[in-house]
Design a protein around this ligand. Structure first.
Ligand code: BES
Ligand code: ZN
Ligand code: ZN
Length: 489
């Protein structure tokens, strides 16, 4: 729970008060805060540089047990991300100290040339995103999330600012939910289980949720999707989430790749690549968690979330390399490689969405290619679209949320690389070069004239190393991006 207050700092009893300190400028208005900072910067080891921090215990004239000063660097470079990182670091310190509460001092917006609401949003987001521990599988948990986070403002709290905090909480709860799902091991989230997890989480959100099983998918001829799931003992599911406000004028469809485990199939992944493949449902996690948040945020547009859920396994029934599948759209696909399974489940879900919902805009999010990771590393997602305004909107959302996105090309002549001698198209390009692009081009062949973008999150869904507001493991990437994007479409 995040609270907004204007409590007096000198009079309140606080276990941990955290203050962001700028290296070359005063960004606070309260005299007590200024005095405290002077004490900290009076020490030679602390100047407010980024990554520095220092704790003073029981500072004179206050009832503060621990006063934590966190360096945020130069004023010139101070932005929303610096504030998220400040709050994230502070919350992690409080969790490590086994506290239940923290008080964060919100800097004065005018001194950093921005709006109070923006400053509050960033601090609330960083704090909330950091306040998470994935310990479901530990008998004894060492760390426990805080029960209460209070933000102290230099000015009176307005209703707009309270709304900003509520929104930040709703959205970041979505990110944490996606992290939980992605971190869950594949033996506990086979398609049926994951579908139940989504349905349970969406309860009370106002979303209409329905789940299609194998029999229905067969009847409706989801041939490409079924070709992926057929090798698994765990049958596939397609979760459909609908947020439909009255009088909506536009429909947005979000599709998330939900491969609950990707062995590669008969084109088996090597030991070096298979170990983390429980994360291959990160797109579905982001879409489902974003849908739940969106239903609470109540945007104007109708928004539909679709998550095809399958497990890509090997068995006597599994699809073989060279098999030909008939997709939902009717086109045949030669399975040149069983490890290029994500695009197979996505084309069926997208073709179904186009037919049923006639979207004005469709966005798919997927851990689609290792090649995208090679191209952009683990901090940038690749954006593929022929629509410039859609590209701009996604890049802008990436900047606003710091879930960064980078525009990638969709060159028509590369489509040749997907030619098949025996079917309408092959899921395996004839070269490994440009693998993220050929994957996106494969998808593009099934969206016709729908305004569509594909976001490849293979690199960003998982962090080997923890950072200021995200522990190592699942990042929940995409939830904040999609929630922000809905209002820009
Ligand atoms: N799930 C993988 C992509 C991936 C790799 C995600 C690493 C996250 C981290 C996807 O299904 C896959 O295996 N793609 C192949 C495609 C190839 C066979 C055309 C790849 O990227 O090598
Ligand atoms: Zn694969
Ligand atoms: Zn995959």
């Amino acid at each position: 729970m995040i609270k907004l207050t204007t409590q007096s700092i000198e009079r309140s009893k606080v276990e941990l008060l955290a203050i962001p300190v700028c290296k070359d400028a005063d960004i606070h208005r309260q005299p007590t805060v200024k005095q405290l900072i002077a004490q900290a910067t009076g020490l030679s080891e602390f100047s407010g540089k980024d990554k520095q921090h220092i704790t003073l215990y029981d500072p004179k004239g206050t009832k503060i047990k621990r006063c934590l000063f966190i360096g945020v660097g130069d004023l010139e470079k101070l932005d929303a991300e610096s504030l998220r990182r400040f709050a994230g670091r502070a919350v992690q310190k409080a969790i490590k100290a086994k506290l239940k509460k923290i008080v964060l001092v919100v800097p004065d917006a005018t001194s950093i040339d921005t709006e109070t609401a923006d400053v509050i949003r960033a601090v609330a987001e960083g704090a909330s995103l950091s306040n998470h521990v994935f310990d479901t599988y530990k008998e004894e948990s060492t760390d426990t999330p805080l029960k209460e986070i209070a933000l102290v403002l230099p000015t009176k709290v307005t209703p707009k600012e309270r709304a900003v905090v509520r929104r930040a909480e709703t959205v970041t709860q979505g990110t944490l939910l996606a992290r939980e799902w992605v971190n869950t091991p594949a033996n506990d989230k086979v398609p049926a289980q994951f579908a139940r997890m989504i349905t349970a989480a969406a309860k009370d959100s106002g979303l209409r949720v329905s789940v299609m099983g194998e029999a229905q998918l067969k009847k409706k001829r989801f041939g490409a999707l079924l070709g992926v799931s057929v090798g698994s003992a765990n049958p596939p599911k397609l979760v459909e989430m609908v947020y439909a406000p009255p009088k909506s004028k536009k429909t947005v469809v979000l599709v998330g790749k939900g491969v609950t485990f990707d062995t590669g199939g008969y084109n088996l992944k090597p030991s070096s690549g298979i170990g983390t493949m429980k994360i291959d449902m990160g797109g579905a996690a982001a879409v489902a968690a974003a849908m739940i948040a969106i239903a609470r945020l109540k945007p104007k547009a109708r928004v539909v979330g679709l998550t095809p859920l399958v497990e890509n396994m090997v068995s006597g029934k599994a699809t073989r390399p060279g098999d030909i599948l008939t997709s939902f759209a009717g086109k045949t696909v030669e399975v040149g490689n069983t490890d290029a399974e994500g695009r197979l489940i996505l084309i069926d879900a997208m073709a179904y969405a186009i037919k049923k919902y006639k979207p004005d805009t469709m966005i798919d999010m997927a851990t689609l290619t290792g090649a995208c990771m090679v191209a952009l590393g683990d901090k940038l997602a690749g954006v593929f679209t022929k629509d410039d305004s859609l590209s701009e909107a996604i890049i802008a959302s990436g900047q606003a949320t710091h879930e960064r996105c980078w525009p990638m090309p969709l060159p028509d002549d590369y489509k040749e690389l997907l030619k098949s001698n025996v079917a309408d198209i092959s899921n395996m390009p004839s070269t490994r070069y440009g693998g993220a692009i050929t994957a996106a081009l494969f998808l593009s062949d099934f969206v016709y004239d729908t305004r569509w973008a594909h976001i490849d999150i293979a690199g960003t869904v998982y962090a080997k190393k923890g950072s200021d507001y995200c522990a190592s493991g699942a990042t929940g990437f995409g939830v904040r991006l999609l929630c922000d994007l809905i209002d820009r479409l």
